[in-house]
Design a protein. Structure first.
Length: 573
């Protein structure tokens, strides 16, 4: 039998907690294992998908296999690479193992990128640290790799904060590919990327796996993507691998109840069934369209100049003025009507998030008008704008990043009431508990005094939604609110948002790169490309009769569970 490229054998991992050691300092058995007796093999050239809900141990497994856990973490079992025990590597062997043999792509690229280094410096440092070569040789090789993930050479001298989340993830993927590793461990590598770039990158990884016999361990909550690009699938639940098999077999004949529930959740989102739940809201929105829009955007521009980047001027003194200007929002005119859900889709870096922040005046527009409830926000004073923001709230992509880690969940939810003088401390606490209950964090007493780090990703996003709703806004701008959640939690959060929309009479601007989620949730969809709206229409018209070539490209690139020859019909055990 051929020796596997990568083997995990009876791996168990437990994070350090007080009480995990006896009185004499000896280790004792932990009460819970984050990874519990997991064994998987990966052959050269094979692509294995590892799926499961948030908190099931997927990321822990990937990091433990590369010896990236803290020294106090309790680890049992073996990890083999090309027949050698990874846990027995010396410091020098381990340094070369990471990067040259195995590359890890993290979910959050900012954990890997140094904010004080340009993108070019990241690439050159990575190459020269592992392979002796001149700076120009390293630069030429890096530029070619960056262009493969659609990052132009003109952005070589920019810093990570000057990139969108999706563009930063492209940089992280390029850094992983620079040294031509034998194995890539990709931990949610396309979470913040649009479907076209995701497809391009995964197609490139697939090609590399075939040509170079490179292995790929793809950790993801996106079942459709894993199904399209992986040879085999391992399903993880509660720290254990509960089912493993060929992709086609697992998707069409799942054996474990948890696998069946995951597939049901994914099919629920891709079926478009959410439209039935907002039928009355759509009818009401249709009536309202004869009236004044809730939000009206007229000829809105948001241009950035890179001239203020001192390092860029030094490194590229001859750059043209046009190369230093980014047209993030380029002449958008759009109306949003009361009671509707308008989806905004497009590739990473096209200006979706910049548009949302400009609408809230978190950044001032270059020019144009933004009218909300008949008032032009661009003309309001700071105090008047602050009052209007009570009616306009935002739910961000990463809930952990928008919640203060030093504030309890309850105080984070109650805080907007105190900021806007809508309640005293006692009343704010009562309302915060009621809102926590309403978003499904029950009983509220158990959650009120917890900190964000003590909650799962899905629970944190529910807290973020509760915080946004506590001032009873009319408009909720949701910027990729479920992209970091697994399929089952996505379905729960989206169903909750539909319920809350009816109850609180909300209007949503829903920004997403997930076309399945957009079809499930939205009444209308606006397609954005390079700062412009290139197509706008009813959801079903966009999906069944797309007019613009870019829209057709997006739809063609989206992985769907229905692509499998046999339509999935998951039956109860």
């Amino acid at each position: 039998m051929t020796q596997p490229l990568f083997r995990i054998e009876n791996l168990r991992v437990a994070y350090p907690h007080q009480g995990d050691r006896g009185v004499n300092g000896t280790a004792i058995a932990p009460t819970a294992w984050a990874v519990d007796d997991v064994s998987i093999d990966l052959a050269a050239g094979e692509r294995l998908g590892l799926v499961g809900e948030s908190g099931c141990g997927k990321s822990t497994l990937g990091r433990a296999a590369m010896r990236l856990m803290s020294a106090s973490t309790q680890i049992e079992g073996k990890v083999w690479f090309n027949g050698e025990s990874v846990f027995d590597f010396s410091a020098e062997q381990l340094r070369r193992f990471r990067g040259e043999a195995v590359a890890l792509i993290f979910q959050d690229p900012m954990t890997r990128l140094d904010p004080l280094m340009t993108i070019g410096e990241h690439c050159v440092e990575t190459l020269r640290a592992h392979e002796p070569q001149s700076r120009q040789q390293a630069k030429d090789r890096a530029i070619a790799t960056l262009e493969a993930v659609k990052i132009p050479a003109s952005r070589w001298s920019q810093f990570p904060h000057e990139f969108s989340g999706g563009m930063r993830q492209r940089v992280a993927i390029a850094l992983a590919l620079l040294l031509n590793p034998q194995l890539i461990v990709a931990d949610e590598p396309t979470t913040s990327l649009d479907v076209t770039v995701s497809a391009q990158i995964l197609q490139e990884l697939t090609r590399l796996c075939q040509e170079r016999q490179m292995g790929l361990l793809l950790i993801s909550h996106d079942l459709a993507m894993v199904g399209e690009y992986c040879d085999r699938i391992a399903v993880m639940y509660g720290g254990k691998v509960v089912e493993t098999g060929e992709t086609q077999t697992v998707f069409t004949q799942p054996q474990h109840d948890y696998t069946k529930s995951l597939l049901k959740s994914a099919l629920h989102l891709q079926s478009g069934g959410g439209q039935l739940k907002v039928e009355r809201a759509i009818e009401r929105a249709a009536l309202e369209r004869d009236k004044i829009p809730l939000l009206s955007i007229q000829n809105l521009y948001q241009h950035y100049t890179l001239e203020q980047n001192f390092a860029a001027r030094l490194l590229s003194p001859g750059a043209k003025q046009s190369d230093r200007t980014i047209k993030a929002v380029d002449g958008i005119t759009l109306d949003l009507y009361p009671g509707e859900i308008l989806g905004l889709v497009g590739e990473s870096g096209c200006g979706k998030s910049t548009l949302s922040r400009t609408l809230l005046h978190l950044i001032r527009p270059t020019s144009g008008k933004v009218e909300f409830l008949g008032q032009d926000l661009t003309c309001l004073s700071f105090q008047a704008l602050r009052q209007q923001r009570r009616q306009m709230q935002m739910v961000f992509q990463d809930p952990h990043a928008c919640l203060n880690p030093l504030m309890t969940v309850g105080k984070s939810v109650a805080d907007p009431l105190l900021i806007h003088h809508l309640a005293d401390a006692a009343e704010a606490k009562v309302q915060a508990k009621q809102m926590l209950e309403r978003v499904g964090l029950t009983p509220a007493e158990d959650f009120y005094d917890r900190y964000p780090k003590e909650l799962s990703g899905g629970q944190q996003q529910r807290v973020a939604i509760a915080r946004a709703l506590i001032t009873r806004p009319k408009l909720l701008i949701c910027d990729e609110p479920v992209s970091m959640l697994d399929a089952s939690v996505q379905a729960q959060v989206l169903d909750l948002m539909l319920e809350l929309k009816q109850e609180f009479e909300l209007t949503y601007l829903f920004i997403t790169h997930d076309l399945g989620v957009a079809r499930f949730l939205c009444d209308r969809i606006a397609v954005m490309q390079s700062g412009k709206i290139v197509e706008l229409g009813n959801t079903e018209e966009i999906f069944t009769r797309p007019q613009h070539s870019y829209t057709r490209t997006l739809l063609a690139a989206a992985p769907l569970l229905s692509h499998f020859p046999k339509r999935l019909e998951i039956k109860e055990s």
